[in-house]
Design a protein around this ligand. Sequence first.
Ligand code: HEM
Length: 541
Amino acid sequence: MFCEVFSTLTLRCANVWLQIHCFREISLLRRQIFLQFLISGLTTLDELAKHSLPGDMWTAVHGRVLDISQFVDKHPGGQVIKLAAGRDATVLFETYHPNGVSMAVLDKYEIGKLEKSPFAPYYSWDSPFYTTLKKRVVEVLKQKNLTRRGSAEIQVKAVIILTGFWTSLAAMCLVSNLTYAYMWAIAMGFWAAFVGTCIQHDGNHGAFSGSSRLNTVAGWTLDMIGASAFTWEVQHMLGHHPYTNLLDDDGWKKEDARDKSTPAPKTTEVDQESDPDVFSSYPFMRMHPSHPRVWYHKFQHLYAPILFMLMTMTKVFHQDWELAIGKRLYHIDATCRYGDFKNVARFAMMKLLSLGYMAAAPCLAHGIGHGLGLFVIGHMACGELLALMFIVNHVIEGVAYARKSDPAGPRTDSYVTPMVELQNAVLEAAATTDEPVAKIPLNDWAAVQCQTSVNWAPGSWFWNHFSGGLSHQIEHHLFPSICHTNYFHIQSTVERTCKEFGVPYQSEPSLPTALGKMFKHLYMLGNHDSHPSWATSPSKH
Ligand code: HEM
């Protein structure tokens, strides 16, 4: 105990000393050597978690501990790097750099090695599948003369959407006819959904623009519509994206049962590899076959649309505040964002301001009853559209689910995966030729992303724009730092590469077809603990 306190104190003093003395490049080396000297032995995840605030930021990539305190402001990808602070950021690092990062950069900031996590990592990074995908996609964009991150196309689109939002809001308050006011409220809700899918989504992923500032402003539009970019980053970028449809079987139960007023458990007691999007809806909805089925789930396909309507309001009034105050979302430490007082102040200011123009203004214009009614109707329209477009990509017939306790890769409920079938077919075909084909591990990160996401209307310019790239969910999950306006340009390359490597790639021809399959799947999950049809999910090739 004494040793722990002493070493923490020494490190903190050392950091303050280094803040004061190390602002030049030459000092970086001194700082690195000094920290290397101080950290004798391996760094634990708990020690790493103590370094997540500006001026004192450590992260870990492939077992190497990096001091990124001095690098964050120089990072070519902008402020998103702060999400890596205080945690193992291997998945973020691998997935946000389609062009790779020189090892010299890592060498420059390395200060030690990470102790092995008590939880075995789910993913494998060894296959050539993701490297080949990255190389081909970067090449296609180069050939088409497109920038990876957004350009004029998304910026013009952003102006149109923002104009739509503010015009609907103003019209909702200014028209005297209440029927029209409610129609404007619905329009405002839809525009707000487009702000979410087409502006903030790219901004917070660092994909809206090459300019870090513009990305921050684009990300901030989520606060403009009443939610919080910081909360979204934690849930979506640190939870859902890296660990899509992956469930730590015991972890969610522990989190569920935990008394939230007690101190957060240590990082050795909780596993970061779990997708909050699939377990946060439980017990209201059963979205993952690992969750126990409760009697009312058999109606979930019927009541799902009602819950979807309430989604944004729950976030705005409950989840955002819980996170900002507790600095934690389920198993995810949110200190990197809400540990900074400036961020909490920004959060609170935007909450107040947005409530002013979205709720108080209509109340002033139409009276409290109708004012609140307009606010709620706007939210319901927004929540419904957003939920339908998001959930359809991951909870749908044929999609795969993964369990941390199951080492054999993502699979349908009855232990047959389309990936196994496809791999066998590809390897068999290759056996008759001279061309060797690499076998892809079932837990290959990119291959898992392809199996846990589903596209709809692939290659369509219109639907790509309408959904902010959600129609090309597989491409988005593989390349979150690439602007959504590019996805239909890279779609055929990704599909071809999947086919070549024997990795499943599921596309539904249209949104209505995909929605039909989503509701059918919700019905199946609600009415069967497991079902034979999950065992024979058709391979799409
Ligand atoms: C952990 C240590 C990290 C290091 C050393 C690092 C380093 C770099 C470097 C050298 C580049 C320029 C690459 C190029 O020119 O192609 C870059 C770009 C970028 N980084 Fe990082 N990065 C780190 C973490 C992160 C994290 C955690 C994220 C996201 C959460 C991120 C997001 C980005 C983005 C969006 C770009 C722009 C990519 C593009 O232009 O396509 N980086 N980073």
